[in-house]
Design a protein around this ligand. Structure first.
Ligand code: VGL
Ligand code: ZN
Length: 208
């Protein structure tokens, strides 16, 4: 069992990121049994859900003449335009039915502001609006954040980077993630995470 100062952060294990979903991550469903096994090693588990209003700025459909996976510039920087996904309270936004973590303590919903995206579980994409997760983790005595879920190169990586920026130790459990890999995003994510001191580990290291 992991110690009480360690949390498992299970990022966006939601139907829309599964094969057949609105923003499918290749083989995203394969991680679910592994995430369940990992979660049993942690007394403290926090889940996240991507949770967008229909009018969300990250949806290509909300920008005339734009297609999914194009990039636009918004007041806070570059934004990839995505297919409409994880709309609040729709089946696509629901957690995968086989996710089995009854002891999960908190669910952080992110991306709920119509005009700002939020890949990270800690900070919205404007780089300044907190979700409250850092304060919650500090208040509950957490010093180390283990990350898994979807997608490696977006929400998992941004969450791990922001965990470091907030002063936590951070690790990504690589085989308990799957990537979108858009225009080199996966290589870039691992480069940025390495530079920030995010550990890259395998589930066997954690389950050993
Ligand atoms: C994600 C793109 C858009 C993710 C969420 O969970 O990685 N990616 N929204
Ligand atoms: Zn999203």
């Amino acid at each position: 069992m992991k110690s009480a100062n360690e949390v498992l952060l299970v990022v966006d294990v939601q139907n829309d990121f599964m094969p057949g979903g609105a923003l499918a991550v290749a083989r995203g469903d394969e991680i679910v049994p592994l995430v369940n096994r990992l979660a049993r090693r942690f007394s403290h588990v926090v889940l996240t859900q991507d949770w967008h209003p229909p009018s969300h700025v990250s949806f290509a459909a909300n920008h005339a003449g734009r297609q999914p996976f194009e990039t636009i510039t918004l007041p806070y920087g570059e934004q990839v335009l995505w297919p409409t996904h994880c709309v609040q309270d729709t089946p696509g936004a629901a957690l995968h039915a086989d996710l089995d973590i009854p002891h999960a303590r908190a669910v952080i919903r992110k991306g709920h502001h119509a005009d700002v995206d939020s890949y990270s579980a800690f900070l919205e994409a404007d780089g300044k609006t907190p979700t409250g997760l850092a304060g919650y983790l500090r208040d509950t005595g957490v010093t180390r954040v283990w990350c898994c879920g979807l997608a490696t190169d977006y929400c998992v990586a941004w969450s791990a980077l922001d965990a470091r920026a907030a002063g936590f130790e951070a690790a990504v459990i690589e085989d308990a993630t799957r990537a979108i890999d858009l225009n080199g995003s996966l290589d870039n994510a691992w480069r940025d995470m390495r530079a920030a001191g995010v550990e890259r580990v395998q589930s066997a290291d954690v389950l050993a």
